[in-house]
Every structure is written in structure tokens, then in C-alpha cells.
Design a protein around this ligand. Structure first.
Ligand code: LR7
Ligand code: MN
Length: 589
């Protein structure tokens, strides 16, 4: 027996060694949120959820019992320190079947202990900061949910309890937005009684959506500050004090953490890029873009200091309770999901506050590729009527720009009554959207009076520039399309903005890019993330109709050579017709 026991020990020891070895985290890789493919902690290339997501379509519905049961069944080391959970081949089918319930790998989640460890992903300097707890506003943590899984919900809760200074935690408020799962009723009521931090549950009888649910929680909150979290987050050490400190300094600051990634398949905790801020594209979809220059410079001097962001992602932020209600809480004309993050961002900026990201605060969020729940009234209608409200109340002539090109939002607009919110804007004496764009997001790629906005058309070929579609739009050869095709494409594909500084950009902050200097004049022109560098400056000569690169002096040209199969290049300016471009302005208001 002793012999067998020793053998077992050795096997276990060997196995755990092997796992450790494979899982050594590496900081070499940087990750972006909406990337489909990334390298995980083990250095393995992963296509995010692709396999699982596709497989689910072909598998019969998961057993209803599984949906309604809490299957949390932890294995002590699963997911520890943020490592990925690997599902053995024998369990793959089951894991795929139940994937669709929550649109994440529930089998993996249910194996990870609610109190799993996570790495300290902060910069070293952060560890010595934010110790003056007495001066920070105590937090009511507000977590709203609709049909969340037990393990993700309570891992959120436990990560708050285990990694927040006790002195700063007033309470946790859970708001149940009419969930239909039995385990979220009595078992939850019983469970929260035993938690070491005062925890309440508020319930809505009808589905009210996240805005109303958060308002419900806020009105009940006793803390001097409100901290909102999605119901599938994991907080890392130091997250709370660094969120609250900026509020103590200036009560009109709204503070977001850096949002790290919890993989929807493996539940690996992946540190994300700190040099991004939040903004939005022409369709008002929230996006992460490279930090603006001014913020980058400030950051170089002090990497722990919170930096400005034009918009917040929405789910994770801290705000003074008093200030939250002073600036109008949320727009309660909004339904279910979507748009509220831009609304509160515009409102805070335009009405005298600020929105920042605190680099010392890291919180993981479980990113999914689709939404697991129903949208009463339809997902499109819900989202577009919320966005229509944002545009109508806060965006002035850029609201018109949005409606002009977005049919759904235009339809939704007719049904909106925004009187109360306009009144609020007047009462708070808020700035215009022009002020916001010029001062808070000068790198924006929206049209203005002093910019060209329209199609860029080649004289010889009768083709126009198009933004490459399909793949990630960045680092792609620039596209060209026949003019008859081009005018039928969507706005985001065929329209370009040319700024006074000669930056030719289009939706989603991508710019026309060529090397600053080049010996070889023939060179592909690419579309790249706007960087504000001289690679992306052009001059339009109205007389010759040439688009000349500002530093290398070559002309934008269309090549018919096979080596440049995509056509767009720079070449010696010779006055040939392929180097002549017509800037066709388009009305945008
Ligand atoms: O009807 C609903 N009732 C709810 O209570 C719909 C949702 N919810 C809850 C839900 O259970 C969850 O806890 O609201 C929370 C947010 O819903 P998600 O997780 O489906 O949203 P998301 O993570 O896909 O989307 C982001 O955008 C939303 C727009 O309305 C909200 O602002 C989310 O909070 C926001 N999430 C984040 O900001 C996390 C980081 C994402 C990024 C980038
Ligand atoms: Mn979420």
C-alpha cells in the first residue's frame, strides 16, 4: 500500500510539474480586445472560441436541466493563477453542448474555484501607491445580472471580497433582472447571508435591462461611491483603491479599470494593452484605439497616473454616488442593453466631468462573441433606439451624420422622446459635441467643416478608394473598386476624411500609410491604424490633382503591375492620369 501511495504521489508531482512548465506566463505578448486570434499564456496560438462557436450550431440543444442547475464542481487547481483550463477530449462534446447556454465554456468555469488566484498584473510602481484608504469614498459594488451562471457570478463576488481592502467595501449589491434560473432564487438568498461582506439582492419582477437595474442598485446604495461591475468579472489585487483615489482627488472624475480578458473558452486571464483608450466608430460602436498623443506624452512621465479616455466600455467603473445623481444617473429611456456607455461618457465630458482609465486597476471581463439572452423587442431595435437617443441628445450635427447613414437608427429616432434629457443638458449647461471632439478627442475621424469628406476617385481608372473589408481592416493593402460598385458600398467603406494636416482617414481610425522615406519609389500603400506620424501625411494639389506624400514626395498611383496586385502604390510623380485623383465631397449633415 505504501508503495502504491508513493507511486501515486510521484505521478501527481510529475503531472503538476508538467502543467506548471507549460503554463509559465510570458509578458512578451500584448493583447487586444476584439482580436480573433491571440497567443495565450502558454505561448499557444488560439483562435478565440472559433471551434466551439461553430460546433455549437450543429449540436442539439443542451438539456434544459443543465440550464437550470448550478453545476459548480470545483477542482482545486483548475484555473489557478489565471491559467487556462484544458478540457480533456472525453469531455469536449459535453462542453460544446453546454457552451451555448451562456456563450462561454461553462464546464471550464464550473471547475474553477470561486476564489481562484490571479497574477498581480500591475506595474511594479502601483504596489506602493494608493494607501490612504481613509480619504477614499467607500464603495457600494453594484452587480446587475440576467440569467448569469453561478460560478461566474460568484467568482466576481469573491474576487471583490478577496482583493479589496476591507475598509473600502461598504457593501455588495446584486440586482437580479428577472432571471429565470432556479438556482438564482432561494439558493442565492441563502448563500449571500453567509458572505463576509454585507451583500444584498434586489430583484426586478420584469425584465428591465441593465440601465434600470443599475439605477435600482444605485438608489439603494449606502456607499459614498458606486462601483459597477458586469456579473462575469474578476478583480485583481489593488483594483479598488486605484479606482477610488482619483474620485477623492476630484469628485467629478469617473474612473475605469484597465479591462483584461477572461477567455470564453479556457477562462485564462489575459493581461490586456494599457496603451488603449475607448472611443467609437461612425456606427457608434465602442472601440479601443491607440492612445492619443497628448495622453501618451503624459503617460511617459508617469505610467501610473490615470489617463483621459473619450469613452468608457460601460460595464466597469467607479463614480461618486452624489455626482452620479447630480449629472443625471442614466437615461432611463434606454432599454435592455447598449448605448448607455456612450451616453454617460458624453454627458460626463460635456457637462464638466472627466472619464479616466486607472492603469493600476486591472479587472478581468469575460468576453463573449454573442449574447446569450433574449432582447425583448429585438436586438436591433433595442440597440438602435438607445443609440438614437445618444445621438439626439448629445451629438448635435454629428447626430445628423449618424442618422443620415444609419437607417435603423433613423427609424428608431421617430419613436424617441428625449425632452427630459435635453432639459438636463440645458440645466447642466453642457458643452457642445464640437467641443467634445476638439478638446477630448482631437484624433477623431469624423467629418468637420474644415475637412474633406467624401469619395476619392481615380481619374484614369474610374475607380475609387475603398477601405478593405472582411479581415481586420488594419495593415491591409488599400483597396480600389470600380466606381459603379463603389457608390453602392456602405459609407464606412467608400468615404474618407482628409484633415487640414493631410491625414487621410476613415472609419475605425485607420489611415492611408506609406513609408516616410523610400529609395525604391514603387511602394505599396497600406491602410494602418492612425498614428499621427509623418508616414500618414499627404498633400492634395488641386491644380495637378495629385495626392503627394508629405515626406517622401511620391505620388499616389494605381499600378497595373502584377507585383502590386492590389493596385495602390506610390511612384515618381510624372503627371500620368493614374496619378490624378478627384476628391468628391459628400454632404454629411
Ligand atoms: O437585460 C439585461 N439585464 C442585465 O442585467 C441585459 C444585461 N444585463 C446584465 C448582464 O447580466 C451583465 O452583467 O448587464 C451586464 C452587461 O451585459 P453583458 O455582459 O451582456 O454586456 P457586454 O459585456 O457584452 O457589453 C458591454 O456593453 C454593454 C452595453 O450596454 C454594457 O455597458 C456592459 O456593461 C459592457 N461590458 C463591459 O464594459 C465589459 C468590458 C467590455 C469591453 C470592451
Ligand atoms: Mn459583460
Amino acid at each position: 500500500i505504501l508503495f502504491l501511495f508513493i507511486c501515486a504521489l510521484i505521478i501527481v508531482w510529475k503531472r503538476s510539474n508538467r502543467l506548471e512548465e507549460k503554463s509559465t506566463p510570458s509578458n512578451k505578448h500584448v493583447f487586444r480586445h476584439n482580436q480573433e486570434e491571440y497567443v495565450d499564456h502558454r505561448g499557444v496560438k488560439v483562435i478565440v472560441g472559433h471551434y466551439i462557436g461553430n460546433a455549437v450550431e450543429n449540436i442539439p440543444n443542451a438539456d434544459k436541466n443543465v440550464i437550470n442547475r448550478n453545476n459548480y464542481s470545483p477542482m482545486p487547481d483548475a484555473g489557478k493563477n489565471g491559467f487556462p483550463v484544458i478540457i480533456e477530449p472525453k469531455d469536449l462534446l459535453v462542453s460544446q453542448q453546454i457552451f451555448q447556454i451562456n456563450r462561454f465554456n461553462l464546464l471550464a468555469s464550473d471547475r474553477i474555484p470561486l476564489n481562484r488566484t490571479l497574477p498581480d498584473v500591475r506595474r511594479k510602481k502601483c504596489k506602493f501607491l494608493y494607501k490612504d484608504y481613509n480619504s477614499y469614498p467607500k464603495a457600494s459594488i453594484i452587480i446587475v445580472f440576467h440569467n448569469e451562471a453561478w460560478s461566474t457570478l460568484f467568482r466576481t463576488v469573491w474576487s471583490v471580497i478577496n482583493r479589496s481592502p476591507e475598509e473600502l467595501l461598504e457593501e455588495i449589491i446584486l440586482v437580479d433582472d428577472a432571471s429565470e434560473r432556479d438556482f438564482l432564487r432561494d439558493p442565492l438568498d441563502e448563500y449571500i447571508k453567509k458572505l463576509p461582506v454585507p451583500t444584498k439582492i434586489l430583484r426586478s419582477k420584469t425584465r428591465i435591462g441593465l440601465v434600470h437595474a443599475r439605477m435600482m442598485g444605485s438608489r439603494e446604495a449606502k456607499g459614498a461611491s458606486l462601483v459597477f461591475l458586469d456579473a462575469h468579472c474578476e478583480c485583481t489585487i489593488g483594483w479598488l483603491e486605484s479606482l477610488l483615489a482619483p474620485i477623492a482627488e476630484d469628485r467629478t472624475t469617473v474612473v475605469c479599470p484597465v479591462i483584461d480578458i477572461i477567455n470564453d473558452n479556457t477562462f485564462a486571464y489575459i493581461k490586456s494593452f494599457e496603451l488603449h483608450w475607448g472611443a467609437f466608430n461612425w456606427n457608434l460602436q465602442f472601440r479601443w484605439y491607440t492612445l492619443g498623443n497628448r495622453e501618451l506624452q503624459k503617460r511617459k512621465q508617469n505610467i501610473t497616473r490615470p489617463f483621459h479616455t473619450p469613452a468608457m466600455a460601460g460595464g466597469l467603473f467607479a463614480i461618486s454616488k452624489e455626482y452620479f445623481f447630480e449629472i443625471g444617473g442614466y437615461d432611463e429611456g434606454m432599454k435592455i442593453w447598449g448605448g448607455e456607455n456612450l451616453e454617460i461618457s458624453f454627458r460626463v465630458w460635456q457637462c464638466g466631468g472627466k472619464v479616466v482609465i486607472a492603469p493600476c486597476s486591472h479587472v478581468g471581463h469575460l468576453f463573449r462573441k454573442s449574447s446569450p439572452y433574449t432582447f425583448p423587442g429585438g436586438i436591433g431595435e433595442t440597440l438602435y433606439s438607445n443609440l438614437a437617443r445618444v445621438a439626439m441628445v448629445w451629438m448635435d450635427e454629428w447626430g445628423d451624420f449618424y442618422f443620415k447613414f444609419n437607417n435603423e437608427a433613423r427609424k428608431a429616432k421617430e419613436l424617441q422622446d428625449v425632452q427630459q434629457r435635453i432639459k438636463l443638458r440645458d440645466k447642466l449647461k453642457c458643452q457642445s459635441f464640437r467641443w467634445y471632439l476638439e478638446n477630448i478627442w482631437p484624433q477623431h475621424f469624423f467629418p468637420t467643416e474644415s475637412r474633406f469628406f467624401g469619395r476619392i476617385r481615380n481619374l484614369e481608372k474610374d475607380q475609387c478608394l475603398i477601405k478593405p473589408i472582411g479581415k481586420e481592416s488594419s495593415n491591409q493593402p488599400m483597396g480600389l473598386a470600380n466606381i459603379n460598385i463603389c457608390v453602392n458600398k456602405s459609407l464606412t467603406v467608400e468615404m474618407f476624411v482628409m484633415t487640414e494636416d493631410g491625414i487621410i482617414m476613415t472609419d475605425d481610425s485607420v489611415c492611408l500609410d506609406a513609408p516616410e522615406t523610400t529609395v525604391n519609389s514603387l511602394h505599396k500603400v497600406r491602410i494602418m491604424a492612425c498614428s499621427g506620424t509623418r508616414r500618414q501625411r499627404w498633400k492634395y494639389n488641386k491644380k495637378t490633382q495629385e495626392l503627394v506624400h508629405a515626406t517622401n514626395g511620391f505620388c499616389l498611383d494605381v499600378s497595373s503591375s502584377k507585383t502590386f496586385e492590389d493596385g495602390l502604390i506610390i511612384s515618381n510623380c510624372t503627371g500620368v492620369r493614374t496619378q490624378k485623383w478627384i476628391l468628391e465631397p459628400h454632404p454629411w449633415k
